[in-house]
Write a protein that binds this ligand. Sequence first.
Ligand code: PEP
Ligand code: MG
Length: 882
Amino acid sequence: KHWVYAFKAGQADGDASMKALLGGKGANLAEMSSLNLPVPAGFTITTEACVHYYQNNSELPAGLVDEVETNLAHLEKTTAKGFGDVANPLLVSVRSGARASMPGMMDTVLNLGLNDATVEGLTALTGDSRFALDCYRRFITMYSNVVLGVNHHSFEDILDDHKDRLGVTIDTDITAKDWERIIADYKAMVKSELGRDFPQDPKDQLWGAIRAVFGSWMNDRAKFYRKMHDIPEDWGTAVNIQSMVFGNMGNTSATGVAFTRNPSTGDSDLYGEFLLNAQGEDVVAGIRTPQALTKKAREDMGERSLSMEESLPEVFAQFKTTVDTLENHYRDVQDVEFTVEQGKLYMLQTRNAKRTSKAALKIAVDMAKEGLITPQEALMRIDPGTLDQLLHPMLDPKADKTVIAKGLPASPGAASGKIVFTAEDAVRYAAAGEDVILVRDETSPEDIKGMYAAKAIVTARGGMTSHAAVVARGMGRPCVSGAGEMQIYAERGEFASRGQTYRHGEIITLDGSTGEIMKGAIRMIEPDFSEDFHQIMAWADDYKRLDIRANAETPADARTALGFGAKGIGLCRTEHMFFDEDRITAVREMILADDEAGRRKALAKIEPMQRKDFTELFQIMDGLPVTIRLLDPPLHEFLPHTEEDIAHVAETSGIGADKLYKRTKELSETNPMLGWRGCRLGITFPEIYESQLNALFNAAVDVLEGGGDPHPEIMHPLVATQEEMAKLSALTHDVAKIVFAARGKTLAYKVGTMIELPRAALMANRLAETAEFFSFGTNDLTQTTFGISRDDSGRFLNPYIEKGIFEKDPFVSLDQDGVGALIEMAVAKGKATRPDIKLGLCGEHGGDPASIAFCHKVGLAYVSCSPYRVPVARLAAAQAAI
Ligand code: PEP
Ligand code: MG
């Protein structure tokens, strides 16, 4: 077994399929080398070596040292340089690279191999002492920080003092002589902090860096990032050691990052940034503001400094061909890093680009239309969960707004919130339920928790590929970066822009699609769907087998659902119709009635209102099924609870406070979710269901008479026994018969039940004798299968997830093993009795992609979810079928 895999242009031990072993970066460096692209030679230490390191008390695996030595010797040969050779030094970069990309979370060291002697060699070799010293000071800073743990502020302080002394503001104005003095101060500071000299032996430097990269797999931000993205702890990182090429060798040298298409909008133009005479970290860190790659992009942005296309036209042409080759080869948008050393191009990295959900849609659709991928592949390229981002509100273009600053449109979407200046504040305020906007000079990977907690992020510095921009896009947070007109005084808790000052806690709004930052909260509007969205949805409908319905009871929700492509209503919770101002009094009167006659009197007031509600739903969902569930919750939910409420209701309703109080007490249950609710109400007070049935059958006939096509499905909640089902089914048919006879019209309808109790699943064959459909109510079925309250289990669910007892919250993603087993059993038993039984699911899980895949697998006919999840569900259902 090898611990090390080598690569050089035209030849590699590994390839792109070996991401698990070589990490994403290592595998793609190998692949690019095999494609004969200009990749600096190097080698990759495997993730297995890192795993070994962690399993064995930070010991390196036997054989690793030898393999690294051998590969280093080969690298010396390939490059015709010597590691530590004073006359002709080989310098290397040492970079992390896990299986999944974790941008900026782990460590990197550049320019390794420099010391007091080789820096002289580099000077002699290049004839440029300023360049050599610039590399050396970068190396000392980076190595001391990453490997030796010296705070980088200590270096910045020294540099700032010298700049003040010299009266210069930018690094490139510092002369070689002055860099020498600064480097001497750096080394002295390191020595005084660590009590030993900065390491001069390149081999010591190399092993220090390798161990540091291994170590960075377990740093706090890497751990947090993995948790957020479900990346397993035991993967480990690979280490890539590659001969250095220099973007800081004068004005024919450069470094940059690029995307083969725009990762924010999806536009197919090459997109990226570069800096002349700089090293890679300068671009990513956002310290200098980078320039555009193409002439067009420069002109679009109205910038003056020349693009790469203009300033280095030949290299640019070669670069363009290279990235086109990569995109065609990988059949996906590539995110590349490159360096130009004195007019020669080198590719340092390629990977499939992270992108916004809007861009993901556009890119998938464009690539399918270009014939690069199939429509099925296009569908598989989109994470259904991220569609949500597109369905959310954006700024109302007609709203008044006062723009207080403008930056780059780094991640789309709009958000309002209170200004905070630190990641800690963002976390704290968000935990207290406040919406906050994190405002920073620039973000670093340390800020990741704060970025996650914030509604959106603003930075004063950095480009579209700065840390803030990349991470925000990945998280789906709106972000404006590089808002250079803002002066941020984080310690004082304020920022200034355009002559005004804004303080911690003040509300601002930002629009990550335009780069604008505005005062106060701005009105938002519903999003406007792109052609691409409709194309993806149309393809999804071609491939999915499951129908998607919506859980809706108001006309507004029903219309939204229809607009999102719902094929009917899978759950209309009729109790939601009982709370409206105009009917809650009658509902209370019904509950407080002493006898059936009293209840009927009150129900007679509610019935016409329900009839009207149902009529509207049938009209909106014309020709589509509408599943109406009869009253489900315990009656006490409709009664006032606090003494104050009781007094208020007594006064407004004319019902005596004493009676109200007494009845509330009578109806109160310790565990109402397992109490007198669901069909138990319909069995004990049949007049309630009778009235609802009357309303809904009359509504259906009304719609029919109006030329419509209503398809009612009547659903009984919380059924456990076949006797309940038989009674409720008979009641339903009786009312239908009476209404149809009275109106002289009939229409088709279905009667069915929810499966929400384990016993219902166990006895599904018996229930199916009278039930024509089942709809799995997985909210209650999860609660009753686990014996965990859906309302207040939050207190121990998180610890359960942290301890790995639950992988995910079972109320969010279906427990396919346990609850799933009950569903599979009920499906089989239901079909055994009634082969054409209609099967669906209407719990919250109906909008969760993993649960939808399960529903597809067990052969349900539909899932029903909240209106905004309908597109997510359509796509997830297609992915399940592909
Ligand atoms: C369910 O229990 O899954 C369900 C859909 O019904 P409700 O959430 O109204 O109890
Ligand atoms: Mg339920």
